[in-house]
Each structure stands twice: as C-alpha cells, then as structure tokens.
Design a protein around this ligand. Structure first.
Ligand code: IMP
Ligand code: MG
Length: 199
C-alpha cells in the first residue's frame, strides 16, 4: 500500500535568493508511515536477518528511522551513486562513488532509497546487486514520482506517491542544501521564475 499526497500548504519563506519551500509531507506523517512500512517489511520476512542497504546521501534519515523500527536481526550498509550533479538536472548517467563494505551474497537485501523518480538510479543499482548473488532483493522507497518514470523498476514498499514536483527535506537536497529539513516540501526557485525540476 502507498499513500497519495496532494498539494501542500502555503509556502514557508526559507533558503537563498528567493527560494521557498511549501511543506508537502509534515514530519509526523512521515514518521507514521515509516512505522507502518517497517511493520510491513518485518511481516513479510518474520524470521530472516535483513540487510538494509541505504543509498547515500538522500536515504540516510529514512534508513535510520525505518531501521530502528524493524525488530529482530537487522544489519546496515551504504552505497553511494552520483547521478544528479549539483542542481535539479540529471545527467542521465549513474556512477558508483562508494561501494558496500561487505558482501551481500546469500542475504535478504532491502535497498533503501529516498525517491524513485526516473528509475535510472535503482535500475543501475539492482543490476549491480543481482550480480552479487543475494538471496533476494526488495526495494523500499520513501517517495515515488511515477509520472517521471523512464526505467521499468518496481519498488516493493512505497511510503508516499507524490506529484511531479521537485521536493527537498528529510534527506533530499537541492545542491546539497535542505537535507536537514524534518519535513518534505516542494521547492520553488523564486524570482528566476521556474520551479526546480529535473529534466
Ligand atoms: P532517478 O534515478 O531519476 O530515479 O532519481 C533518483 C535520485 O535522484 C534520487 O535518489 C534523488 O537523489 C534524486 N532526485 C529525484 N527526484 C528528486 C527530487 O524531487 N528532489 C531531490 N532529489 C531528487
Ligand atoms: Mg538518492
């Protein structure tokens, strides 16, 4: 199950050069949903050690919050990819910038990602992971923007389905800023006109 999110509340003045953020998913709602997702995951694999692989840096807060709420045997690892550059425009290319610390062979791996957008990042990562012979792989994403999908990838656990807007907060950045916002919000770039968008 996933939750649909509609347009949020009034813009909150924040950031530089006329940038503003309108809250889309308040922190309490994020936490409630993350708790539900943790339960779903443990229910699907009641007796298995779960190996959570977080995609740096965007998934850090999501992984730490969901990780604390999955009972039983849980381990963590992190991987980092670059696809976005500094702004909101994707290069379309995905590159591994930090590999996992340990082998995933024979493990039940849950890939933990902040947002599923075009799907290029996850498609790349899933290819890399499949080659390493895990027992199985599942994908958990906090946010899903299905309108933007290019690659045919599927997430097993989706926190919120959101409209096609550029969002920041709760780990998600614009040029490395806004990750520390506890809520998820839609970023507007202000006087230059355009809303931030990924093309
Ligand atoms: P994809 O490869 O297009 O699916 O994009 C995945 C990555 O792009 C995510 O892990 C994010 O880091 C970044 N991204 C996609 N959409 C947004 C957004 O709305 N705000 C911030 N980062 C985003
Ligand atoms: Mg990311």
């Amino acid at each position: 199950m996933t939750k649909k999110v509609k347009q949020g509340k009034k813009p909150q003045p924040k950031g530089r050069g006329g940038e503003s953020v309108r809250i889309l998913i308040p922190r309490a709602r994020l936490q409630r949903r993350i708790t539900e997702m943790a339960r779903e995951i443990r229910k699907d694999f009641p007796d298995e050690p779960l190996h959570l692989v977080g995609v740096l840096k965007g998934a850090v807060f999501f992984l730490t919050d969901i990780g604390k709420q999955i009972p039983g045997d849980v381990s963590f690892d992190f991987i980092a990819v670059a696809s976005y550059g500094l702004g909101t425009h994707s290069s379309g290319q995905v590159r591994l910038t930090r590999d996992l610390d340990s082998s995933i062979e024979g493990k039940t791996v849950i890939v933990v990602e902040d947002i599923l957008d075009t799907g290029m990042t996850l498609q790349y990562l899933l290819r890399v992971f499949e080659q390493r012979k895990p027992k199985r792989i599942r994908v958990a994403v906090l946010l899903d923007k299905p309108e933007r999908r290019i690659a045919a990838v599927h997430a097993d656990y989706v926190g919120f389905t959101i409209p096609n807007e550029f969002v920041v907060g709760f780990g998600l950045d614009y040029a490395e800023r806004y990750r520390n916002m506890p809520d998820v919000g839609v970023l507007s770039l202000g006087s230059q006109g355009a809303k931030a968008s990924k093309t």
